[in-house]
Design a protein around this ligand. Structure first.
Ligand code: OAD
Length: 234
């Protein structure tokens, strides 16, 4: 079976009703990145940051995977697929993808302020206890915090992601502006002969220098088109 790596960003979930970050009306127009998505912001005002992610998390039960997520999962009928996502939602899981690497953490999980990447500290929040509160404790006694990789923090999953990209025969990129490193640098690990398909309705500034085929459509329509093509070529 050929291997496919699918790199996804906020645009993957846009048709499910989750805001992207950098489009007009996106989350970073309404919130300052420095306040809600950096370790310094968290130290300055933990309550603001915890509440920002509580709000994002409360949205999850109200949204559903879109056709794009479903077709990424359906690729597993024909290919060995690894999804490398910058998204913190659980829509790839709910659509049925089986191998998912979350580069920037997971909204449904919480962890320790002292050792955020210690697997013993990471807990999955229950659907009826979605909010984290100031005063909630991790197993090590520190304040429980969202399991999100903030700007300025290490990205521990980047090595697993690079490995998946290195082994891939085909790469699909869906809905990311390729602004945030190290995620944006992952395509450099791709074998020179592996084709890249980019699904994004907008022109994406792509600095890798690699050739790619741009399917200039949204995630659902773009995946419909690409799924048919790849199914034939498998
Ligand atoms: P961005 O908001 O930067 O980019 C979203 C991309 O999705 C843009 O290229 C849009 O054109 C595209 N898009 C919009 N609608 C779409 C649709 N229906 N179908 C497909 N694509 C669509 O989001 P990311 O690149 O994911 O990190 O942002 C990367 C990281 O920056 C995030 O993980 C987050 C953010 O700050 C952290 O918070 C650490």
């Amino acid at each position: 079976m050929k291997k496919i790596v699918v790199l996804t960003g906020a645009g993957m979930s846009a048709e499910s009703g989750i805001s992207t970050f950098r489009d007009s009306g996106g989350l970073w127009e309404q919130h300052r990145v420095e306040d809600v998505a950096t370790i310094e912001g968290y130290i300055r005002n933990p309550e603001l940051v915890i509440n920002f992610y509580n709000e994002r998390r409360r949205q999850l039960p109200t949204v559903q995977p879109n056709r794009g997520h479903e077709l990424v999962a359906a690729l597993e009928q024909f290919f060995d697929v690894t999804v490398v996502t910058q998204n913190v939602d659980d829509l790839h899981e709910r659509a049925g993808s089986s191998k998912i690497i979350h580069l920037h953490g997971e909204l449904m999980k919480a962890t320790s302020t002292y050792s955020p990447n210690d697997s013993r500290q990471i807990v999955t929040l229950a659907p009826d206890h979605l909010d984290i509160h100031l005063g909630d404790k991790a197993a090590d006694g520190s304040q429980l915090r969202p399991f999100i990789v903030w700007f300025g923090e290490a990205v521990p999953k980047i090595e697993d992601a690079a490995e998946a990209v290195m082994q891939a025969d085909i790469c699909i990129v869906i809905g990311t502006s390729m602004n945030v490193y190290p995620a944006a640098g992952l395509v450099q690990f791709l074998a020179p002969e592996a084709p890249i398909y980019l699904i994004d309705p907008a022109d994406v500034k792509w600095t890798s220098g690699r050739h790619y085929t741009h399917i200039k459509k949204g995630a659902s329509a773009g995946m419909e088109e690409l799924f048919e093509k790849l199914k034939v070529e498998k």
